[in-house]
Ligand binder design. Structure first.
Ligand SMILES: [Zn+2]
Length: 154
C-alpha cells in the first residue's frame, strides 16, 4: 500500500512539473530596453506574412546580459532564453538589431549560420556602418530565410 501511495505522489509531482514547464504560453518576459527592438522584429515578421507567434511564445525571457566574453548574443532551448550583450547598448543600434534578429532567427526559426544577419561573425568589424547602410537588403535576405524555414510551418 505504501508503494502505491509513493507511486501516486510521484505521478502527481511529475504531472505538476510537466504543467509548470508549459506555463510560458503568453510569450516571453522582455527587458524594457529591448521592447522597441522586439516590437520592430514582430512588425517586420508580420509585414512579411511570417507566422512567428507560436514559436515566439516558447521563449521564456529576452534580455540584455552583462557577459564578460566577446559574444554578441545567445539563445538556448535549455532555458528558453534569448539574450544579447549589454555592451551593444553602447554601440551601433543596427548591430544590436542585427544581433537580436540573429538570435531570434536561431530560436524561432531554427536558422543556422549562413550569411547576412545569420552570419556567425559581426559583419561590421571592417565597416562600422555596415548594418546601417545595408539594413534593407540584409533584412530582406533574413525574412526570406525565416519564410523558408521548416520551423515556420510547424
Ligand atoms: Zn548564432
Amino acid at each position: 500500500m505504501k508503494f502505491l501511495f509513493r507511486i501516486a505522489v510521484l505521478s502527481l509531482i511529475v504531472f505538476f512539473a510537466y504543467r509548470l514547464s508549459k506555463v510560458h504560453t503568453n510569450g516571453p518576459q522582455v527587458d524594457p530596453e529591448m521592447e522597441s527592438y522586439i516590437a520592430e522584429w514582430k512588425a517586420d515578421m508580420t509585414n512579411a506574412g511570417i507566422d512567428w507567434v507560436e514559436p515566439y511564445k516558447r521563449i521564456k525571457r529576452i534580455y540584455f546580459y552583462n557577459n564578460s566574453d566577446d559574444r554578441l548574443g545567445y539563445s538556448t532551448y535549455n532555458t528558453n532564453e534569448v539574450w544579447v550583450s549589454s555592451s551593444l547598448l553602447r554601440r551601433d543600434p543596427y548591430l544590436l538589431r542585427a544581433s537580436l534578429y540573429h538570435e531570434m532567427g536561431h530560436f524561432v526559426f531554427q536558422l543556422d549560420h549562413s550569411s547576412g544577419i545569420m552570419s556567425d561573425k559581426s559583419l561590421c568589424d571592417n565597416d562600422p556602418l555596415y548594418y546601417e547602410k545595408n539594413w534593407q537588403s540584409i533584412l530582406k535576405d533574413y525574412l526570406e530565410k525565416c519564410k523558408a524555414s521548416k520551423a515556420n510551418i510547424l
